[in-house]
Ligand binder design. Sequence first.
Ligand SMILES: Cc1ncc(COP(=O)(O)O)c(C=O)c1O
Length: 394
Amino acid sequence: MTLARRAQRIEPFYVMEMAKRAAEVARASAGGDAPMIYLNIGEPDFTAPPLVQEAAERAIRAGRTQYTQAPGLPELRERISAWYAQRFGVQVPARRIVVTAGASAALQLACLALIDAGDEVLMPDPSYPCNRQFVAAADGVPVMIPATAAERFQLSADKVEAAWGPRTRGVMLASPSNPTGTSIAPDELRRIHDVVRARNGVTFVDEIYLGLSHDPRYGQTALALDENVISINSFSKYFCMTGWRLGWLVVPESLVNAVEMLAQHLFICASTVSQFAALACFEPDSLAEYERRRAEFKARRDFFVPALEAAGLHVPVQPDGAFYAWADCTAAARKLGVSGSWDFAEAVMQRAHLAITPGRDFGQHETAQYIRFSTASSMAQLHTAADRLKALLA
Ligand SMILES: Cc1ncc(COP(=O)(O)O)c(C=O)c1O
């Protein structure tokens, strides 16, 4: 059977391949004195807090499991709206918020609503691999623009302007970014958005890690710019609900009806149980817990980035959010007698039982030189990981 051209274009998701390899090595070395530590995983090691779990149980017991409206439970959209006001001081009417099955569905909806066949979308190289696939699935063309350490691995307005061509439809950014944990400076974001608006284009900003911002200089939502930004967000990361599959999209007023119709046809709605559970994310006790966890993520960064540097893995830009460190492994790989981050990751996995993610998935610009470390593991595990790296690279 012949695959559709769009499916033929799909690239492998190497993060997943590496995770499978790590599981094999872990099985083969099970019972040894150095169990595998997984620093390759891009999800919080915390679960949903108690009030959220209880709210899910209550919804199930009360049989509140029918479909919701396609854009989500009205109360949940109101609570997300209130969260924007409370946390960011930005007014985002509930009507503009569409609840989705994770940021992944939000990205699909956004792409399907705004990208036509052949439209080009500019994005930084490196960036989150699935974004290219979402654009391609809408028959658009992702255009990767090399982003350097000096640019915090993000696009600049100058580069967007220079790359803009007759088929360009917009830019897709993520702030803070996966894999680098770095955000776009607010002034630069404003300039990028101005360039895009002046060309009647679309600014997509994936803000899934915004709640996990560690630096007040960068912790503002792009929705503060104006109502034309398409913002993608999620309960997966800050709210620690990856497997609950819940996220949201914020669109301009003029797009609400079209996006609602697409959501009706494509998804009917996001998980009802998860939506009832998520209402409890905004209770004061839950928010206090999330803030404690955010502080823990920051403490982990503050321990682990210097530990990487001490082991000879240079992190050129201090991550200001999320739970990633993007480290140059050139010198460290040389020490191990290998070259490139793919072979380095394999060697580290075999010899130190640390699962890490080579840069390959995230683009082509210098990605063979970079490794992504996730710090979404306990401080004790990060200490052990740092000791193992130090010993391996001594
Ligand atoms: C930048 C970015 N966007 C989107 C997603 C998808 O997240 P979700 O679980 O909300 O679908 C991820 C997941 O790792 C991510 O890192």
